[in-house]
Design a protein around this ligand. Sequence first.
Ligand SMILES: NC(=O)c1ccc[n+]([C@@H]2O[C@H](COP(=O)([O-])OP(=O)(O)OC[C@H]3O[C@@H](n4cnc5c(N)ncnc54)[C@H](OP(=O)(O)O)[C@@H]3O)[C@@H](O)[C@H]2O)c1
Length: 274
Amino acid sequence: MTIPVETTPRLTIPKLGLGTWQLRDAEGQAAVESALRLGYRHLDTAARYGNEAEVGAGIAASGIPRGDIFLTSKVWWENLEPESMYRSLEDSLGRLKTPYLDLFLIHWPTPSMDLEGSLKVLKAAQASGLIRAWGVSNFPVALMKQVEALGETPAALQVEYHALLSQAPLLEWCRSRQIVLEAYSPLAQGKLRDHAVLAEIGAKHGASASQVALAWLLRQPGVVPIPKASRAESQQANLDAIPLAARLDAADVAAIDALPKDQRLVNPDFAPAW
Ligand SMILES: NC(=O)c1ccc[n+]([C@@H]2O[C@H](COP(=O)([O-])OP(=O)(O)OC[C@H]3O[C@@H](n4cnc5c(N)ncnc54)[C@H](OP(=O)(O)O)[C@@H]3O)[C@@H](O)[C@H]2O)c1
């Protein structure tokens, strides 16, 4: 299946990506290879996931030209000093065995970070060709405003977003500035699998609750979900959510929109005030 792309002035990114958190070792590499075989061309990893070598090996084994794949990695919040950031990026490139990343993200903000200094590193890395685009992750609106006040616009913001968590203020912020919003944990880490409302909508369309959850995200302009799936069957099911997105009707969408949206699953002690 050919996956559609989202295009902005700063980025052309496949509308669906493969999340790779917890895909490790030989199984992790096999999952990356399987996804690429099925047609995925967008992979999301991070220095912190400890799996960049596996992701890189999966890309190499697939035989797919590097230029056909959209590859994201991230720098951890403990490495946001300029020198550490450079080292982290170079280490990521080395483990991924690639000369460049398509997107490089600050994984989490930290109160003590020198935002302006970090952005300078990202821009310099972009100017030197080590990264094609830069973005941020887990930045609330207040921090996005600070980035803007410094005269900068990220290509993408990656945040938790799924049928049980609203991101309305960030979505509005991103849409009006053509910043892609990458939806992480789009399946609420598997918790949507048995959701009654989603399952009922799915039954109408011959789809699963998880596929309906993904389709709801996929139909939103500027939103790019990155579900993690280790098994080929789930990877394929998630690809099949792309045509499903066009089949959801107004009543389906209204029912999902109406679900309570206050369930944040990823909220570590170093998270910012949302
Ligand atoms: N920037 C950040 O701070 C941040 C934080 C969290 C996540 N992320 C990124 O976002 C990606 C996705 O988020 P996530 O891994 O937290 O959770 P997720 O994608 O919402 O859920 C993954 C879970 O859903 C299951 N699954 C996948 N497809 C399915 C299907 N079609 N039907 C039923 N179950 C299915 C997976 O099964 P299996 O176990 O069989 O694979 C896994 O248990 C991560 O891998 C990572 O790349 C980023």
